[in-house]
Ligand binder design. Structure first.
Ligand code: CDP
Length: 235
C-alpha cells in the first residue's frame, strides 16, 4: 500500500477479459477502475481524425502538447473517456481504432505521456488499472499485480461476442487474425511490451466463468495469495 492507497495492476493480452473483470471487481470493492487501453484508443482516435492514417515509427510527441484526456468511472460501472472535452467512449471501440493503434502504442513519446497521466490519477484514490505494462512499467510497486491470460481461440470468441453486443457484425476469422497480430505487436514493441510482471498472480481464464475470475481477483486483492510469476513464467 502506498500511503493507504491500494494500486492493483492487471495486465494481459487482447480479449483476456481484463477490462470487464477489473471493472466489476472495482465496483464490488468500491475502488476506481482505469482502462489504460482506452487512453491509447482515444489518442489513436484523435490522431486518426487529424491525419487520416498513421505511420509506424513516426513520433507523435508534438501533437500531444496540450491534449486533454479524461476518464471517469461511473457508479453504474461504465467508463467515459474524453478527448479535449469530447466524449469518445463509443467511437474508440471501432475496429478502425484497433487497426491503427499499433503505430500509436509503439511510440515511446505517447507511452510516456500516457504513463504520466495514469500515475497522476493514482495520487488520490485506490484503483484497479488494466493494460499491458501496468505492473511492469507504470506501477512496478503496485500492491497486487495480476496477469490474465486465455487461449487465442477463447479470446477470439469473447471479442466477437463483445462486438455483437455492440450491435456490430464481425468475421470470426478476421478477429482471430487481428488478435494474433496484436499479440505480436504487444509482445514485440521495444517499450512497454506485454510481459508477466515479476511477482504477478497468473490466472488462465480460458475455462473460467467471468464471475469466477472476479471472485479470484477479489480474493487475491483481499489476501495476496496464489501462484506467482517467477522468471517470466507462472509457477
Ligand atoms: O481491449 P483490448 O485488450 O483489445 O485492448 P485495450 O486494452 O483496449 O488496448 C488497446 C491497445 O492499446 C492494445 O492492443 C495495446 O496495443 C495498447 N495498450 C498498450 O500498449 N498499453 C497499455 N497499457 C494498454 C493498451
Amino acid at each position: 500500500m502506498e500511503g493507504g492507497r491500494l494500486v492493483v495492476a492487471v495486465d494481459g493480452p487482447a480479449g483476456s477479459g481484463k477490462s470487464s473483470v477489473s471493472r466489476e471487481a472495482a465496483l464490488r470493492l468500491g475502488m476506481r477502475y482505469i482502462d489504460s487501453g482506452a487512453i491509447y484508443r482515444a489518442i489513436t482516435h484523435y490522431l486518426l481524425g487529424r491525419f487520416g492514417s498513421l505511420e509506424k515509427g513516426k513520433s507523435y510527441a508534438e501533437f500531444l502538447d496540450g491534449l486533454k484526456i479524461d476518464q471517469r468511472f461511473e457508479p453504474d460501472g461504465s467508463v467515459r473517456t474524453s478527448v479535449n472535452g469530447l466524449d469518445v467512449s463509443r467511437a474508440i471501440r471501432d475496429e478502425a481504432i484497433a487497426r491503427g493503434i499499433g503505430a500509436v502504442s509503439d511510440d515511446p513519446s505517447v507511452r510516456n505521456f500516457v504513463n504520466e497521466l495514469l500515475r497522476s490519477w493514482s495520487a488520490r484514490e485506490s484503483l484497479i488499472m488494466d493494460g499491458r505494462d501496468i505492473g511492469t512499467v507504470v506501477f512496478p510497486d503496485a500492491t497486487v499485480k495480476i496477469y490474465l491470460d486465455a487461449s487465442v481461440e477463447v479470446r477470439s470468441i469473447r471479442r466477437v461476442a463483445e462486438y455483437r453486443e455492440m450491435g456490430k457484425t464481425v468475421d470470426v476469422n478476421e478477429i482471430r487474425n487481428q488478435i494474433i497480430r496484436r499479440d505480436q505487436e504487444d509482445t514485440a514493441r521495444p517499450f512497454g511490451r506485454l510481459q508477466k510482471a515479476e511477482g504477478s498472480f497468473y490466472i488462465d481464464t480460458s475455462s473460467m466463468e467471468k464471475d469466477e475470475v472476479i471472485e479470484r481477483m477479489i480474493g487475491l486483492i483481499a489476501k495476496a495469495d496464489g501462484p506467482r510469476v517467477r522468471d517470466g513464467r507462472p509457477e
